[in-house]
Design a protein around this ligand. Structure first.
Ligand code: G2I
Length: 461
């Protein structure tokens, strides 16, 4: 180890200890996933949005993960919103953060039917022009980060569920050859990056992964420069496919690397101890699959905190899909990953947060024709301190929050979400935090009956 690496490692260790201490004093001996994974010859990564590189989110990302994927910032719609004019702001921020923290970067993604800029999605182009637009885009983006990207998702989500190729704009106009052309352009511009095709619902053997397998065989036979296959692995608790390992192995046996690229394991909310225990077993099983396949390079989770996850927006009523809760406390899933990676320490009971240990008092303090003022008290009835909190409830009668104090309250449909202010983020065991808001009502102003704190159900008083 050079002096520089040693200094970097000890700086990272210091960060890790500080962050874990901050997130949960009860878990001072929590393991560092990136170190455990490195000892096994793998990486452990996370997706992250550029807007979350600071604060607790940024600190935990730096301390725990040795690979980053830009959640949205490297997609075509983000980097080339106007034809030929590129905006690298968010992508550069993530590249710089990764470099500062000794992290690899998975580039995501060059050619995808989704999140295309409007000019591309809605424009009409001749076939030759479209091919040139695509290869120019691939060339420009891979050249910008030449030598700095570990793996590129060159083509993303090219398949239908039945294993046929998706009728994207590229496939419809250019046929299957668009895939080979994208890979060739990427290789020419950045010979060092490992080039991947990436998809979801391909984790198990079956029609979709068979289609992918056949395509990859054809590409290899044609000498197309493809290095790896990414398995997104967006799962539901209790449903890790039994054929996952065998499936990864058959791709590896074609002479390709494989990676688990977007792991999350969702559940129907609210969480319970039993669901969290199942989720722990599932994260452990998935991590073990990567460990068991020599050519599996590593695992990336698609967000590491339930505070920042795409799942609740897309699957209403589901969530808690990541290894940390909304208050950045490690969940059982986190310890499941660590155990798969060889850790055998004491997790302190693995009750990360306030499961059954919060009580909410909600009171309408005044009410007039269409408006009302309410006060909410959140009490920590558990024995561990809460370091930050997100309280959620859904309105039974169409109410809506208009302004709030001592918390930031947002509303999406009938769902209200209150996030602590900085002065009341910490709630010691036995302590409480209060906030208030003004809202509108119509018809009736029935109180919400169920609250969750950091994803866990609270009692109401
Ligand atoms: O859908 C989950 C993932 C499936 N595989 C490919 C991934 O790239 C994809 O990630 C998600 C992001 O996590 C979301 O954050 O991709 C979504 C778009 O398809 C992202 O959502 C979008 C929202 O739909 C937009 O409304 C929003 O403006 O994120 C955008 C930026 O915040």
């Amino acid at each position: 180890m050079t002096a520089r690496t040693a200094a970097a490692v000890s700086a990272l260790t210091a960060v890790a200890v500080a962050v874990v201490g901050l997130a949960s004093p009860a878990h001072a001996a929590d393991p560092v996933l990136r170190d455990l994974a490195a000892a096994k010859g793998k990486y452990y990564g996370t997706a992250i949005p550029a807007g979350r590189l600071t604060g607790t989110h940024g600190s935990v990302a730096a301390a725990q993960f040795d690979s980053l994927t830009a959640e949205n910032e490297m997609k075509w719609g983000s980097v080339e919103p106007t034809r030929g004019s590129f905006n690298w702001t968010g992508a550069d921020q993530i590249m710089n953060f990764a470099a500062a923290n000794g992290q690899k970067v998975r580039g995501h993604t060059l050619v995808w039917h989704s999140q295309m800029p409007n000019w591309l999605a809605n424009g009409s182009f001749g076939n030759d022009e479209l091919r040139t637009i695509m290869t120019d885009h691939v060339t420009t983006q891979t050249a910008r980060y030449k030598g700095r990207i570990d793996q590129w998702d060159v083509v993303n989500e090219a398949f239908n569920e039945d294993g046929t190729l998706r009728a994207s704009k590229f496939y419809t106009q250019l046929g299957e050859s668009y895939i080979a052309d994208a890979f060739r352009a990427a290789r020419a511009a950045d010979p060092a990056a490992k080039l991947y095709i990436n998809d979801y619902n391909t984790d198990a053997t079956g029609a979709k992964s068979n289609g992918l397998y056949s395509l990859v065989q054809r590409l290899k036979a044609q000498g197309v420069p493809i290095d790896g296959v990414g398995f997104q692995t967006h799962l539901i608790i209790g449903q890790v496919p039994s054929t996952f390992q065998a499936n990864l192995q058959r791709f590896a046996d074609l002479g390709l690397d494989v990676a688990i690229t977007e792991l999350d394991i969702r559940m129907t909310l609210p969480t319970t101890d039993a669901k969290l225990a199942q989720q722990k077993a599932d994260f452990k099983a998935v991590t073990n699959v990567c460990l068991a396949v020599a050519r599996c390079k590593g695992v990336t989770v698609w967000g590491f905190s339930d505070a920042v996850s795409w799942v609740p927006d897309v699957f209403p009523g589901q969530g808690a899909a990541t290894p940390y809760n909304e208050g950045y406390q490690p969940k059982p899933a986190y310890y499941g990953i660590a155990e798969a990676l060889g850790w055998s320490g004491d997790s302190g009971g693995e009750n990360p947060g306030p499961t059954g240990t919060c009580a909410v008092t909600y009171a309408v303090q005044s009410q007039w024709s269409s408006g009302f003022t309410a006060g909410v008290t959140v009490r920590n009835t558990g024995s561990a301190p809460i370091n930050s909190w997100t309280l959620k409830w859904s309105w039974p009668a169409g109410q809506s929050v208009t302004s709030a104090w001592n918390a930031t309250v947002t509303q999406s449909g009938t769902q209200a979400t209150a996030v602590n202010a900085s002065h009341n983020a910490a709630i010691p065991a036995g302590g409480s935090a209060t906030f208030g808001f003004n809202g509108t009502w119509n018809g009736s102003n029935t109180a919400p009956s169920a609250f969750t704190l950091n994803g866990t159900a609270c009692t109401t008083a």
